[in-house]
Write a protein that binds this ligand. Structure first.
Ligand code: CAA
Length: 312
């Protein structure tokens, strides 16, 4: 299947930067547009990417020319001259985006706003993919259709065709290292969109699995209750932080203990996913621990903020 010639990655956080990198380095997409509402985030992310590429060169995994070409294929989109809130979407459309991978914060309202803007501004055959960890793809498809304007209903042919182009493409952190991508069709995702999403993920060097559009999909419906139980063990004093993590690392062979992994993912992200699971299922087994909520209230968001269950 033909790969897109131009993709756009929205969000230059740890996931967006990793996706842009594998799209350029592995899939060799000729143009990878990278947009973040905060230009400083793009600068920081690209500096990190340069370090990863320099390490690949120093270890002899890629040539210097390859590293240079990888970076040249990535074009940052500057929002400083934006005329309105969604001017960036117009620019992504004008530059010929054929597939978008949205990797913004794990908040429904933020993602819905982005999908409305994308549907309004991108060509009517672009794939609109989200790297969401838990939010309903069908819900994001609904927002995309709403973005087309009041005269397009979700049930009309135009509405169905737009919703058919929305799909979940869920990578794992660190994207360059983790070998999986979970692809999620929403209720209305077309077969062609699903195949284009799978082909893109495979070209990025990933094994691909498919999950139904349920809260958390397969990955986080399994991972988040596990992390939450570990936090509850700490909260109830069952064991110390170090002993909880050591149990899973040395007893079960996990590369990281669950408290370290929660820090690594980001405690705000873990809480947002757990809230989506809890609200989406109304099942008490997904209730986020009180301690997790308090830590997020305190601004202790894990590795990215310098403090979580561990200090960084
Ligand atoms: N970006 C890119 N590469 C990275 C990286 C990052 N952020 N962090 C580490 N790496 C690379 C290192 O550069 C190193 O590469 P080389 O072998 O080429 O030198 C390699 O990974 C191993 O790193 P380290 O030697 O520093 O440390 P490690 O052996 O402990 O591995 C780890 C680090 C790969 C992160 C490992 O601890 C691990 O696999 N942890 C579990 C990660 C995990 O479960 N991720 C999924 C989280 S859930 C998610 O993402 C989805 C969601 O919806 C919440």
């Amino acid at each position: 299947m033909a790969l897109p010639r131009t993709i756009s990655v929205i969000g230059a956080g740890q996931m967006g930067i990793g996706i842009a990198l594998v799209a350029s380095l592995r899939a060799r997409i000729p143009k990878v547009l990278l947009y973040d509402q905060n230009p400083a985030q793009i600068t920081k992310g690209l500096e990190f990417m340069d370090k990863l590429l320099a390490k690949d060169v120093s270890k002899g995994r890629i040539s210097e020319e390859d590293a240079k070409a990888t970076r040249e294929r990535i074009i940052s989109i500057n929002s400083s001259s934006a005329k309105d809130e969604y001017d960036w979407a117009r620019e992504l459309g004008e530059r010929g985006t054929e597939m978008v991978i949205e990797a913004a914060s794990e908040r429904v309202s933020i993602k819905e706003g982005i999908f409305r803007a994308l549907a309004r501004n991108l060509s009517n055959d672009a794939v609109l993919a989200s790297n969401t960890s838990s939010i309903s793809i069908t819900k994001l498809a609904g927002a995309a259709v709403d973005g087309l304007g009041k005269n397009v209903s979700r049930a009309s042919e135009e509405g169905k065709s737009c919703a058919g182009r929305v799909v979940g493409v869920h990578f794992f952190n660190p994207v360059p290292v983790m070998k999986l991508c979970e692809v999620i069709p929403g209720l209305q995702t077309s077969e062609a969109t699903l195949e284009r999403a799978k082909a893109f993920a495979a070209a990025c060097g990933k094994e691909v699995t498919t999950s139904k559009d349920v809260p958390g999909f397969v990955s986080n419906a399994l991972l988040m209750p596990f992390l939450n139980e570990a936090i509850m063990c700490l909260e109830s004093g069952t064991a110390t932080r170090d002993d909880i993590d050591k149990t899973l690392r040395l007893g079960m062979g996990h590369p990281m203990g669950p408290l370290q992994l929660a820090d690594f993912i980001g405690l705000d992200t873990c809480l947002a996913i757990q809230e989506t699971l809890y609200e989406g299922t109304r099942d008490s087994k997904y209730r986020p621990s009180i301690l997790l909520g308090r830590m997020v209230d305190a601004g202790w968001l894990g590795k990215k903020s310098g403090k979580g269950f561990y200090d960084y």
